[in-house]
Design a protein around this ligand. Structure first.
Ligand code: SF4
Length: 305
Protein backbone atom coordinates (compact mmCIF):
# COMPACT_ATOMS: atom_id res chain seq x y z
CA UNK A 1 0.00 0.00 0.00
CA UNK A 2 1.51 3.27 -1.07
CA UNK A 3 1.26 5.45 2.05
CA UNK A 4 1.92 8.76 0.35
CA UNK A 5 -1.32 8.50 -1.65
CA UNK A 6 -3.16 9.07 1.64
CA UNK A 7 -0.63 10.64 3.99
CA UNK A 8 1.88 13.46 3.69
CA UNK A 9 4.81 11.18 4.50
CA UNK A 10 8.38 12.24 5.14
CA UNK A 11 9.38 10.50 1.89
CA UNK A 12 6.84 12.56 -0.04
CA UNK A 13 7.99 15.75 1.67
CA UNK A 14 11.65 15.04 0.90
CA UNK A 15 10.84 14.29 -2.73
CA UNK A 16 9.15 17.68 -3.01
CA UNK A 17 12.21 19.36 -1.46
CA UNK A 18 14.95 17.57 -3.38
CA UNK A 19 13.57 15.96 -6.54
CA UNK A 20 15.53 12.85 -5.63
CA UNK A 21 15.10 10.14 -2.98
CA UNK A 22 16.60 10.82 0.44
CA UNK A 23 16.97 8.20 3.18
CA UNK A 24 17.58 8.72 6.89
CA UNK A 25 20.54 7.01 8.52
CA UNK A 26 20.19 6.53 12.28
CA UNK A 27 23.22 7.53 14.35
CA UNK A 28 24.12 6.76 17.94
CA UNK A 29 26.60 9.51 18.82
CA UNK A 30 27.15 8.22 22.36
CA UNK A 31 24.87 10.66 24.15
CA UNK A 32 23.27 9.85 27.47
CA UNK A 33 20.01 11.20 28.88
CA UNK A 34 19.42 13.77 31.65
CA UNK A 35 16.36 11.81 32.73
CA UNK A 36 18.59 8.85 33.51
CA UNK A 37 21.78 10.36 34.92
CA UNK A 38 20.13 12.40 37.69
CA UNK A 39 20.47 15.82 36.06
CA UNK A 40 16.72 16.06 35.44
CA UNK A 41 15.61 12.73 36.81
CA UNK A 42 16.55 9.12 37.45
CA UNK A 43 15.39 5.85 35.99
CA UNK A 44 14.25 7.34 32.69
CA UNK A 45 10.83 7.25 31.11
CA UNK A 46 8.97 4.12 32.15
CA UNK A 47 8.59 2.88 28.54
CA UNK A 48 12.22 3.46 27.61
CA UNK A 49 14.93 1.04 26.87
CA UNK A 50 16.81 2.71 24.04
CA UNK A 51 18.64 -0.54 23.34
CA UNK A 52 15.43 -1.91 21.89
CA UNK A 53 15.29 0.60 19.07
CA UNK A 54 18.76 0.42 17.62
CA UNK A 55 21.81 -1.72 17.38
CA UNK A 56 23.91 -1.27 20.54
CA UNK A 57 27.10 -2.21 18.71
CA UNK A 58 26.69 1.02 16.73
CA UNK A 59 27.31 2.99 19.90
CA UNK A 60 30.97 2.01 19.85
CA UNK A 61 31.42 2.76 16.14
CA UNK A 62 32.22 6.31 15.06
CA UNK A 63 29.76 8.49 13.16
CA UNK A 64 31.60 7.86 9.90
CA UNK A 65 31.38 4.08 10.28
CA UNK A 66 27.70 4.29 11.12
CA UNK A 67 27.01 6.43 8.06
CA UNK A 68 28.94 4.03 5.84
CA UNK A 69 27.00 1.08 7.25
CA UNK A 70 23.78 3.00 6.55
CA UNK A 71 24.85 3.76 2.98
CA UNK A 72 25.67 0.08 2.44
CA UNK A 73 22.25 -0.96 3.71
CA UNK A 74 20.04 1.71 2.14
CA UNK A 75 21.89 2.22 -1.14
CA UNK A 76 20.38 5.65 -1.89
CA UNK A 77 22.26 8.60 -3.34
CA UNK A 78 21.42 11.09 -0.63
CA UNK A 79 20.82 10.90 3.09
CA UNK A 80 19.82 12.71 6.26
CA UNK A 81 21.85 12.13 9.40
CA UNK A 82 19.37 11.09 12.08
CA UNK A 83 20.77 11.57 15.59
CA UNK A 84 18.39 9.10 17.13
CA UNK A 85 19.62 7.45 20.31
CA UNK A 86 19.01 9.05 23.71
CA UNK A 87 19.11 12.86 24.01
CA UNK A 88 21.02 14.26 21.04
CA UNK A 89 21.33 17.83 22.28
CA UNK A 90 22.76 16.84 25.67
CA UNK A 91 26.14 18.60 25.33
CA UNK A 92 27.56 22.08 24.92
CA UNK A 93 26.69 23.62 21.57
CA UNK A 94 30.33 23.56 20.37
CA UNK A 95 30.49 19.81 21.01
CA UNK A 96 27.21 19.42 19.16
CA UNK A 97 28.55 21.52 16.30
CA UNK A 98 31.47 19.14 15.82
CA UNK A 99 29.25 16.06 15.89
CA UNK A 100 26.67 17.44 13.48
CA UNK A 101 29.40 18.77 11.17
CA UNK A 102 31.10 15.40 11.17
CA UNK A 103 27.85 13.75 10.08
CA UNK A 104 27.28 16.28 7.29
CA UNK A 105 30.79 16.46 5.88
CA UNK A 106 30.16 14.30 2.79
CA UNK A 107 28.27 15.84 -0.14
CA UNK A 108 25.63 13.08 -0.16
CA UNK A 109 24.40 14.25 3.27
CA UNK A 110 21.58 16.74 2.68
CA UNK A 111 19.93 16.97 6.06
CA UNK A 112 19.98 16.62 9.78
CA UNK A 113 17.32 15.21 12.09
CA UNK A 114 17.94 15.57 15.83
CA UNK A 115 15.90 13.68 18.41
CA UNK A 116 15.78 15.18 21.87
CA UNK A 117 13.75 16.19 24.92
CA UNK A 118 11.93 19.53 24.89
CA UNK A 119 13.66 20.59 28.12
CA UNK A 120 17.14 20.03 26.72
CA UNK A 121 17.20 22.81 24.17
CA UNK A 122 18.97 26.00 25.22
CA UNK A 123 18.84 28.89 22.75
CA UNK A 124 22.46 28.26 21.71
CA UNK A 125 21.53 24.76 20.52
CA UNK A 126 18.53 25.99 18.57
CA UNK A 127 20.68 28.73 17.01
CA UNK A 128 23.22 26.08 16.01
CA UNK A 129 20.51 24.05 14.24
CA UNK A 130 19.29 27.23 12.54
CA UNK A 131 22.84 27.76 11.24
CA UNK A 132 22.73 24.37 9.52
CA UNK A 133 19.34 25.26 8.05
CA UNK A 134 20.75 28.55 6.76
CA UNK A 135 23.51 26.53 5.04
CA UNK A 136 20.80 24.81 3.00
CA UNK A 137 20.42 21.56 4.94
CA UNK A 138 17.01 20.05 5.61
CA UNK A 139 16.81 20.29 9.40
CA UNK A 140 14.26 18.58 11.64
CA UNK A 141 14.04 18.84 15.39
CA UNK A 142 12.31 15.72 16.72
CA UNK A 143 10.84 16.35 20.15
CA UNK A 144 9.81 13.54 22.44
CA UNK A 145 6.47 14.61 23.87
CA UNK A 146 4.41 11.38 23.95
CA UNK A 147 1.32 13.14 25.38
CA UNK A 148 0.19 16.65 26.25
CA UNK A 149 -1.41 15.50 29.53
CA UNK A 150 0.70 16.38 32.53
CA UNK A 151 -0.71 13.63 34.75
CA UNK A 152 0.36 11.03 32.15
CA UNK A 153 3.76 12.70 31.72
CA UNK A 154 4.20 12.35 35.50
CA UNK A 155 2.99 8.75 35.43
CA UNK A 156 5.54 7.77 32.79
CA UNK A 157 8.31 9.75 34.52
CA UNK A 158 9.08 12.05 31.59
CA UNK A 159 10.43 14.69 33.96
CA UNK A 160 8.79 17.56 32.09
CA UNK A 161 5.34 18.92 31.45
CA UNK A 162 3.58 20.14 28.32
CA UNK A 163 4.68 23.73 28.95
CA UNK A 164 8.31 22.70 28.31
CA UNK A 165 7.27 21.41 24.88
CA UNK A 166 5.35 24.61 24.11
CA UNK A 167 8.34 26.73 25.11
CA UNK A 168 10.77 24.69 22.98
CA UNK A 169 8.47 24.74 19.93
CA UNK A 170 7.93 28.50 20.14
CA UNK A 171 11.67 29.18 20.33
CA UNK A 172 12.46 26.67 17.56
CA UNK A 173 9.82 28.03 15.23
CA UNK A 174 10.93 31.61 15.87
CA UNK A 175 14.22 30.49 14.27
CA UNK A 176 12.44 28.82 11.34
CA UNK A 177 13.18 25.25 12.46
CA UNK A 178 10.86 22.37 11.55
CA UNK A 179 9.54 20.53 14.59
CA UNK A 180 8.37 16.92 14.64
CA UNK A 181 6.44 15.76 17.72
CA UNK A 182 6.82 12.17 18.87
CA UNK A 183 3.54 10.81 20.29
CA UNK A 184 2.69 7.47 21.88
CA UNK A 185 -0.87 6.14 21.65
CA UNK A 186 -2.13 3.83 24.38
CA UNK A 187 -0.28 5.30 27.34
CA UNK A 188 -1.62 4.15 30.74
CA UNK A 189 -4.96 5.71 31.58
CA UNK A 190 -5.27 7.55 28.26
CA UNK A 191 -8.37 7.31 26.10
CA UNK A 192 -8.77 7.99 22.39
CA UNK A 193 -10.18 11.39 23.38
CA UNK A 194 -6.97 12.16 25.29
CA UNK A 195 -4.90 11.36 22.20
CA UNK A 196 -7.09 13.62 20.06
CA UNK A 197 -6.68 16.40 22.61
CA UNK A 198 -2.91 16.02 22.36
CA UNK A 199 -3.16 16.24 18.57
CA UNK A 200 -5.28 19.38 18.80
CA UNK A 201 -2.86 21.00 21.23
CA UNK A 202 0.27 20.35 19.18
CA UNK A 203 -1.42 21.56 15.99
CA UNK A 204 -2.50 24.69 17.80
CA UNK A 205 1.04 25.38 19.07
CA UNK A 206 2.40 24.77 15.57
CA UNK A 207 3.87 21.47 14.45
CA UNK A 208 5.51 20.52 11.16
CA UNK A 209 5.77 16.78 11.63
CA UNK A 210 4.35 13.97 13.76
CA UNK A 211 5.69 10.55 14.61
CA UNK A 212 3.06 8.13 15.92
CA UNK A 213 3.86 4.99 17.88
CA UNK A 214 1.75 2.52 19.77
CA UNK A 215 2.89 1.93 23.32
CA UNK A 216 5.34 -0.96 23.24
CA UNK A 217 6.53 -2.82 26.32
CA UNK A 218 10.21 -3.66 25.94
CA UNK A 219 12.62 -5.63 28.09
CA UNK A 220 14.64 -3.55 30.51
CA UNK A 221 11.97 -0.86 30.92
CA UNK A 222 9.98 -0.18 34.07
CA UNK A 223 6.85 -0.93 32.06
CA UNK A 224 8.11 -4.47 31.52
CA UNK A 225 7.78 -5.03 35.27
CA UNK A 226 4.37 -3.33 35.37
CA UNK A 227 3.18 -5.47 32.46
CA UNK A 228 4.42 -8.68 34.12
CA UNK A 229 2.58 -7.67 37.29
CA UNK A 230 -0.65 -7.18 35.34
CA UNK A 231 -0.63 -3.42 36.00
CA UNK A 232 -0.47 -2.40 32.35
CA UNK A 233 -2.35 -3.24 29.19
CA UNK A 234 -1.46 -2.53 25.56
CA UNK A 235 -3.64 -1.59 22.60
CA UNK A 236 -4.81 -4.23 20.20
CA UNK A 237 -3.95 -3.60 16.58
CA UNK A 238 -7.47 -2.81 15.38
CA UNK A 239 -7.92 -0.12 18.05
CA UNK A 240 -4.53 1.39 17.19
CA UNK A 241 -5.32 1.41 13.46
CA UNK A 242 -8.71 3.08 14.05
CA UNK A 243 -7.26 5.74 16.36
CA UNK A 244 -4.20 6.48 14.23
CA UNK A 245 -6.35 6.74 11.09
CA UNK A 246 -8.78 9.12 12.77
CA UNK A 247 -5.93 11.29 14.07
CA UNK A 248 -4.34 11.41 10.61
CA UNK A 249 -7.67 12.42 9.10
CA UNK A 250 -7.83 15.25 11.65
CA UNK A 251 -4.28 16.42 10.90
CA UNK A 252 -3.74 19.34 8.49
CA UNK A 253 -2.29 18.13 5.19
CA UNK A 254 0.83 20.31 5.51
CA UNK A 255 1.96 18.33 8.59
CA UNK A 256 4.47 15.64 7.64
CA UNK A 257 4.03 12.17 9.12
CA UNK A 258 7.49 10.77 9.82
CA UNK A 259 6.05 7.49 11.04
CA UNK A 260 2.61 6.05 11.78
CA UNK A 261 3.51 2.74 13.43
CA UNK A 262 6.53 1.15 15.06
CA UNK A 263 8.38 -2.09 15.30
CA UNK A 264 10.66 -3.56 17.93
CA UNK A 265 13.04 -6.43 17.61
CA UNK A 266 12.50 -9.73 19.31
CA UNK A 267 13.38 -10.76 21.96
CA UNK A 268 13.37 -7.18 23.23
CA UNK A 269 9.70 -6.66 22.43
CA UNK A 270 7.40 -8.06 25.12
CA UNK A 271 4.06 -6.67 23.93
CA UNK A 272 2.07 -6.12 21.85
CA UNK A 273 2.98 -9.00 19.60
CA UNK A 274 1.67 -7.25 16.48
CA UNK A 275 4.43 -4.62 16.81
CA UNK A 276 6.96 -7.15 15.60
CA UNK A 277 5.77 -6.29 12.05
CA UNK A 278 5.37 -2.50 11.85
CA UNK A 279 5.07 -2.24 8.08
CA UNK A 280 1.89 -4.30 8.05
CA UNK A 281 0.22 -1.93 10.47
CA UNK A 282 1.12 1.12 8.37
CA UNK A 283 -0.46 -0.51 5.31
CA UNK A 284 -3.60 -1.35 7.26
CA UNK A 285 -3.90 2.29 8.37
CA UNK A 286 -3.48 3.37 4.74
CA UNK A 287 -6.29 1.01 3.73
CA UNK A 288 -8.63 2.67 6.24
CA UNK A 289 -7.66 6.09 4.90
CA UNK A 290 -8.27 4.93 1.33
CA UNK A 291 -11.84 4.01 2.24
CA UNK A 292 -12.85 6.65 4.77
CA UNK A 293 -10.76 9.72 3.94
CA UNK A 294 -7.16 10.82 3.60
CA UNK A 295 -5.03 13.01 5.87
CA UNK A 296 -6.81 16.27 6.63
CA UNK A 297 -10.20 15.05 5.36
CA UNK A 298 -11.88 15.32 8.76
CA UNK A 299 -10.37 18.44 10.27
CA UNK A 300 -12.16 19.38 13.46
CA UNK A 301 -14.24 16.21 13.18
CA UNK A 302 -13.61 14.79 16.63
CA UNK A 303 -16.29 15.78 19.10
CA UNK A 304 -15.74 13.59 22.16
CA UNK A 305 -13.12 15.83 23.82
S1 SF4 B 1 12.76 8.15 26.24
FE1 SF4 B 1 14.38 9.65 25.86
S2 SF4 B 1 14.14 11.11 27.57
FE2 SF4 B 1 13.09 9.22 28.20
S3 SF4 B 1 14.63 8.05 29.35
FE3 SF4 B 1 14.66 7.35 27.20
S4 SF4 B 1 16.32 8.55 26.25
FE4 SF4 B 1 15.73 9.61 28.15
Amino acid sequence: MQLDLYINTLGKHLKSCFDFPVQKIGIDAGFTCPNRDGTLGRGGCTFCNNASFHDQSLRKAGIDSQLNAGREKLRANNYMAYFQAYTNTYAESEVLRQLYQEALQDPDMVGLCVGTRPDCLPDATLELLAEFKAMGYEVWLELGLQTSHNHTLDLINRGHHFDAYVDAVKRAKALGLQVCAHLILGLPGETAADCHTTLDRIVEVGVDGIKLHPLMVVRGSLMAKQYAAGELTVMDEDDYIALAAEMIQRTPINVVYHRIAAQARRPTLIAPEWCSSGRGTSSKIAKVLAVSGVQGSKLGGFTKI
